[in-house]
Design a protein around this ligand. Sequence first.
Ligand code: C5P
Length: 209
Amino acid sequence: MAKILITSGPTRQYLDPVRYLSNASSGRMGAALAQAAIDLGHEVTIVSGPVSIEYPSRATVIPVVSTDEMLHSAMQAFRDCDGAIGAAAPCDYMPRFVNDQKIAKTGDPLTLQLIETPDVVATLGQNKTASQWVVGFALESEDRRFRATVKLEKKHCDLIVSNGPTAIDSDENEVELIGRSGDVLMKIHADKQSVADRILQVIQERLIP
Ligand code: C5P
């Protein structure tokens, strides 16, 4: 039995009390990965941004809103976990300044200054111990295998799941699971639960002692 952390869903970065930037992410891949891990007898903690789906009742869910909160909660939960899967789509940018009041319309274009948020998976990857593992996702529209391999190295992942943009808001996913030497370990195009089951099988074979 392993303790597995899964980040899931989008995060939000508020511009003012009512408006926010976010990513298109339903959390369905995270929920399917959690179910697959639970089915194999593992203990699952999910750090999730705001979603409208239900997670498996046997998973511990830690709700967060912003990328900073996701990072903080994920780092804390990871201390007690054997490995992490980064299935979330954290918002990569946040406004340099957040308005306390709703920004009033003036009729003129509104210029926003955005700064990058921290990378949750890369931070987990940098801080993992020798016995911990991290699996990331990479959503690419072109040069997928190459770009996913670059991301795997940059984020200190043990495996990376490369998927295409058709994964967004779909019941299906088409993925390649790529190992540290850039080799394709598994390829599948199916519903998200079947994809998650296969990903967990490979994690089980390669990363869980
Ligand atoms: O760089 P990109 O967003 O394509 O990387 C995708 C991978 O990195 C996913 O595993 C995603 O969960 C993770 N990620 C993250 N924090 C961010 C951006 C991406 O954990 N701020």
